[in-house]
Write a new protein. Structure first.
Length: 202
């Protein structure tokens, strides 16, 4: 954000009064949200390719069951290109007021912490969607799920959730708990297989 404060005058981004109107604030938020969904989805998916995964993105996936403080645990190239660039792009294109830069960065950081928290906090991003990404590696790339739906990269997750909801009479929270338990069990089984492979056990 300090970098934005330095860049703001050169881009014609205001830092003084009056503060932006409600219309400008809401419009900026939606535009930046679209930039974040598009930019993060495609960069994130690119970082899962064999060319970039080991060198750039693997560090973030060291946490298979992420916690909030690990939300930005990643390499510098990933942080710059995946986490920051999509956000900054939208704000710079619009020449947003400094207060909107602060607002959007804070909103995004809270959303990122919630997504990696392991808790489904009301009116925030649901963590289970991203937990499943950390398990499967090839699903749920985007923050909103719009481009995942468009590209078919959330099919397995949606199917698993739909089946779980059917078993719980449509109760999303109970279905989420079941799927979360399933992910934890799969992770334990995976670690056990890896341990046996390392130590040559049957």
């Amino acid at each position: 954000m300090m970098m934005g404060k330095v860049i703001a005058p050169y881009r014609g981004m205001r830092t003084d009064l009056p503060l932006p109107s409600v219309v400008e604030t809401v419009g900026t938020w939606w535009f930046c949200l679209a930039c974040t969904e598009i930019g993060f989805f495609y960069v994130h998916r690119l970082f899962h390719s064999p060319t970039f995964y080991a060198r750039i993105h693997k560090k973030h996936h060291e946490y298979t069951a992420p916690v909030a403080l690990a939300s930005t645990y990643c390499t510098m190239p990933e942080h710059a290109l995946s986490n920051l660039m999509p956000i900054i792009l939208g704000l710079v294109v619009l020449g947003s007021h400094w207060s909107l830069i602060v607002m959007y960065f804070c909103d995004l950081e809270i959303g990122t912490l919630c997504t990696h928290s392991g808790y489904n906090i009301p009116y925030c991003h649901r963590s289970l969607t991203h937990d499943y990404h950390h398990y499967s590696f090839n699903e749920n790339f985007g923050p909103l799920g719009i481009l995942d739906a468009l590209h078919g990269t959330s099919k397995n997750f949606n199917r698993i959730m739909k089946e779980a909801q059917a078993r719980h009479d449509g109760d999303y929270n109970k279905a989420s708990q079941e799927v979360l338990g399933q992910l934890a069990q799969w992770e334990v089984e995976k670690e056990e297989r890896e341990r046996k492979a390392i130590y040559g056990e049957n």
